[in-house]
Design a binder for this molecule. Structure first.
Ligand SMILES: Cc1ncc(COP(=O)(O)O)c(CN[C@@H]2CONC2=O)c1O
Length: 409
């Protein structure tokens, strides 16, 4: 697919010119949030400058324009992920809220004693805690598909876990801690063989690779704008239309109704039924601009770039001899991040020394505490890459690690 032009891309991100103690920042914390390119910032600024108005089609030009921009952003997202149309694209605050929407709107009404919710051991808290709590509230049981020593899902165990008692499977597409790419189409097929629903958490996948929700055949698919060069405050829940039609909203108010009387109310058409109140309009404009930006680069090109950086980082860290790397070896099963620990240095201390070198990585549990318990560590360090990162930045990461080793030797 050809290499992406990193230097030209970097010129769209002035934040990457920032210096701390005369050292240019090396931003390797993209799984936490990505940076925002000028075209996205400009699109949102221009919205506020020239189009700002409330939506739901007020009877004036500005409201018409704002409404069209907000509705069009749903169409753009549908096109980007291969959804059937705007009716299958709900705007939420983030991936976490997308998980909660289905857990409250579908889970509370459909789950009961005897039903099973199947998760994986590598789930982010957005999925794990949400479904764990809904199962507790409804008397349903939770089962976890095991991971093997390489951080891949044990698919034999998946076939054991997913049975006719399974009501829903909620699985992460790409682990934000291990980098593991899960076989989500195969998992979805397993769920469907047992008449169970499949909810795929795509927060670490949509920004980094082509995603076609209809090819995966997921019933629900969630992701966040801030992890894909877009703004915070906007996420997406994709849902198959027939399911969303059947689901009752769990957040009420204006904009999501059709008719209200003192006695009762009826609901608006999809997707508006699940979007109460004044929505995040500028963020929707920003999300559309982010999709345009990423697609101009090319999702296959982005995936290749990240996998090459992850492979280079993996090899350099492995060559250090005292770095434990979590997750699969470089290849199709590993996305653009590396989670690791340095034998002699706690992850938090390591990140602090990285920071002395203006190298921004994440250290902690990455909202996957049960996974860290399974790994036998309280915390891990994580370097995660995006379209503007370079091999030279990986070299700076490794040089800073060498410095940390000296300090703690
Ligand atoms: C796989 C995965 N699922 C869900 C979420 C939750 O997304 P929101 O916070 O947008 O709801 C994240 C966020 N990644 C986190 C955010 O900070 N560090 C991380 O690794 C994630 O990586």
């Amino acid at each position: 697919v050809g290499a992406l032009d990193v230097e030209r891309i970097r010129s769209d991100f002035p934040i990457l010119e920032r210096e701390f103690d005369d050292q240019q920042v090396v931003y390797l914390d993209n799984a936490a949030t990505t940076q925002t390119p000028d075209p996205v910032v400009d699109a949102m600024s221009d919205y506020y400058r020239y189009t700002n108005s409330n939506v739901h089609r007020g009877i004036h030009h500005l409201s018409q324009e704002a409404s069209e921009a907000y509705e069009r952003a749903h169409d753009r997202v549908a096109e980007f992920i291969g959804a059937g149309g705007r009716e299958e694209v709900i705007f939420t605050k983030n991936t976490t809220e997308s998980e909660n929407l289905v857990a409250y709107s579908w889970g509370l009404n459909e789950l009961g004693p005897g039903d099973e919710v199947v998760l994986t051991e590598m789930e982010h808290h957005a999925s794990l805690v949400t479904w764990q709590q809904i199962a507790n509230q409804t008397g349903a049981d939770v089962k976890y598909i095991r991971i093997d020593e390489d951080g891949r899902l044990d698919m034999d165990h998946a076939r054991e876990c997913i049975t006719d008692d399974t009501a829903i499977l909620s699985a992460v597409h790409v682990s934000n801690t291990l980098g593991t790419v899960n076989p989500v189409a195969e998992l979805t097929e397993l769920a469907h063989e047992h008449d169970a629903l499949s909810f795929i958490d795509g927060a670490q996948a949509v920004p980094n690779r082509p995603v076609d929700v209809e090819a995966i055949d997921a019933d629900f698919y969630a992701f966040s704008g801030h992890k894909m060069a877009g703004p915070t405050g906007i996420g997406v829940l994709y849902g198959k239309q027939h399911l969303l039609e059947e689901m009752e909203p769990y957040l009420y108010g204006g904009g999501m109704i059709r008719k209200v009387t003192f006695e009762d109310s009826t609901w608006a058409d999809l997707p508006w039924k699940f979007e109460p109140g004044t929505p995040q309009i500028a963020e929707a404009v920003g999300l559309e601009a982010a999709i345009d930006y990423l697609e101009e680069i090319g999702m296959e090109r982005i995936q290749s770039h990240e996998e090459e950086l992850a492979e280079y980082a993996y090899e350099r860290l492995e060559a250090e001899g005292d770095v434990e790397i979590y997750g699969p070896e470089p290849g199709p099963d590993r996305s653009g991040l590396v989670g690791f620990n340095l034998e002699s240095v706690h992850a938090h201390d390591l990140a602090s020394i990285m920071n002395d070198h203006a190298v921004a990585i994440r250290a902690g549990d990455h909202c996957t505490q049960p996974l860290h318990d399974k790994l036998g560590v309280a915390a891990s360090a994580r370097a995660s890459f995006y379209v503007y990162n370079t091999r030279e930045e990986v070299d700076k990461l490794v040089a800073a690690i060498d410095d940390a080793r000296q300090l703690f030797a």
